[in-house]
Design a protein around this ligand. Sequence first.
Ligand SMILES: [Zn+2]
Length: 344
Amino acid sequence: MTVATEEHLRRLPKVELHVHVEGASRATTIKDLAQRHGLRVGDPADLYEFTDLNQFLSIYDVICASLRTADDFRRITYEALEDAAACGVRYSEMFFSPGFVIRLGVPVQTVWDGVRAGLLDARADLGIGARMILDFDKPSGPAHAMEMAAFAGAQDRDLLVGMGADSVERGIDHRAFAAAYVEAARHGLRRTCHAGEDGPAEHIAIAVRELGCERIDHGFRLLDDPELTAELVDRQIPLTACPTSNVMIANVIPTVAAHPFAQQRRAGLLVTLNSDDPGMMRFSIADEYVAVADAFAYSLEEMEALSLAGIDAAFAPDHEKAALRASFRTEFDELRREFGLPSR
Ligand SMILES: [Zn+2]
């Protein structure tokens, strides 16, 4: 067993599949955009200060209120990918959630025009592979979900690869979104859903069995249902786990070590490691790799395997995934040589 240094883990090539572009935004950028749009916000150093979910959500409202123009969305998308690339992320599937800003009067087309431009610029400048997933807002209901499925369906599949669902989970009738997911599937969109984060495993069951979801975001409560766990192992339906977010935002566990992450991996589930809202949490995907290796005493071999699991779980085309695997293995070897460790 090889133990990796923090620096080594930070530099491991990574894939990220669960990160929200709004939650990845920099406090300094939000402050700048808010001022430009005539909104009053405090010191950027305190802007992202929160201790519970309610405070988190009120900061989220400030972020969304600061995003008005296509160029605002271009900027946060580009910067989120710039920050990810600095953490070793080579491929990212990032969520954007137009539901919040649509309510504030910003058309979804404006949001997408900006996000798309940021994505294309980041691909060209940063050498990062990236695609977007449109998340509809669950509390906005099935008609909003259907509208988002139709909109996403009409865009370039290479840039907008899938549809997901986020925001609160409790008190939501997940079955009501079945038609929207059928519409998404009809357009060839890949399907995922936030489920079992602070809600029951039953929501995960509905997502995979009735909504046709191919991936589950969080899935924190999955192990509560052994039969469903066996089904996800069998079908290798990935979970995009965000342990630190579950500590800081959902408040379902006191520490990362209390997360069922290691247990889920031992059960044979395809679990990936993600940051969720790195800007707002001031905790990046590189920090997350360090935290998880520390919490579960993972070896370098295990962390490399975790990094490769992100490729397995991605919605990228097979040829792209094969190329990523090959380049990750090369990078693993180069890093081992640089840190004076035995080769794999
Ligand atoms: Zn999330």
